[in-house]
Write a protein that binds this ligand. Structure first.
Ligand SMILES: Nc1ncnc2c1ncn2[C@@H]1O[C@H](COP(=O)(O)OP(=O)(O)O)[C@@H](O)[C@H]1O
Ligand SMILES: [Mg+2]
Length: 259
């Protein structure tokens, strides 16, 4: 396979093993992934199948034991080539909401005079106008996670990596954030790699869903989600026969992979 400079993410023949000798744990692979720009890729798989490991490899926090990972044709640079969102928002409590997003802009090299207007733009994007001056602990869990997404969007790079970002939220807040993230991904054209346990979340968010096997994680199923990305009401989408069919297919694969 030749190198594909047009890929937002390219994972080639990757195996990742933690530790050495008898204590070695092969967490992932062998796995190959080719992710074109603008894809909303959702990874679904049982706990411990290597989803976080795969995201860490794409973020450049971890080097593959064998094989190669590239983002936009280059080896990933930690903190530079992707914005990250984790299960917990991990905001800095001693800074305001705007201060948290502003700091990310500073690291991204945005000149100080431009930061304040960009903070406003980013907070508007995630549905949080008028909170820049608030303390992070004055916000609800869902609002804090919105700030974490705004902060990840501040990184001047098209790649957004999200590791079970809505798992700790109540069902209603979770649906809201899913709807808004879906819209943000369309509006910004970002390539997203999103990890979840939830089949529903995968079908709703993904333009493509990959189900991983139990450890070591390999591709068990790779499907394109052919649902409209814009101009349709979320309820209409969730109620459509296509949605139900995909949910059944993916749900079946998840259960088979975990067995
Ligand atoms: N730093 C580490 N050292 C040793 N083993 C690890 C480490 N991180 C993860 N693992 C192991 O690798 C496997 C995959 O972990 P992880 O990628 O976190 O899975 P997931 O995110 O799918 O739950 C698990 O069995 C886990 O215990
Ligand atoms: Mg994980």
């Amino acid at each position: 396979m030749s190198s594909s400079p047009d890929a937002a993410v390219e994972v080639r023949d990757v195996v990742h093993t933690y530790g050495t000798g008898p204590a070695a744990v092969t967490a992932l692979g062998p796995i190959d992934l080719h992710v074109p720009p603008g894809t909303f890729l959702v990874l679904v798989g049982a706990s411990g199948c290597g989803k976080t490991t795969l995201l860490r490899l794409i973020a450049g926090f971890e080097q593959p034991t064998t094989g190669t990972v590239t983002a936009a044709g280059r080896p990933p640079v930690p903190g530079r080539n992707a914005g990250l969102v984790f299960q917990q928002p991990r905001l800095l409590p001693w800074k305001t909401v705007g201060g948290n997003v502003g700091l990310a802009l500073r690291y991204a090299g945005v000149p100080r005079p431009e930061r304040s207007s960009q903070v406003t733009t980013l907070l508007n994007r995630v549905g949080l106008p008028h909170v820049a001056g608030r303390r992070t602990w004055q916000l609800s869990g869902g609002q804090q996670q919105r700030v974490a997404i705004a902060r990840a969007l501040a990184v001047d790079n098209p790649l957004l990596l999200l590791d079970e970002p809505f798992a700790a939220l109540d069902a209603l807040t979770r649906e809201r954030l899913q709807e808004d993230l879906r819209r943000v991904s369309v509006d910004t054209g970002r390539t997203c790699v999103f990890v979840t346990h939830s089949v529903d979340e995968a079908v709703f968010l993904g333009s493509r869903v990959i189900v991983l096997t139990s450890r070591p994680g390999r591709v068990a199923l790779d499907v394109d989600v052919d649902l409209p990305r814009s101009g349709v009401e979320p309820d209409e989408l969730r109620g459509s026969p296509e949605y139900a069919a995909l949910r059944a297919t993916i749900g079946h694969a998840v259960r088979a992979a975990a067995a």
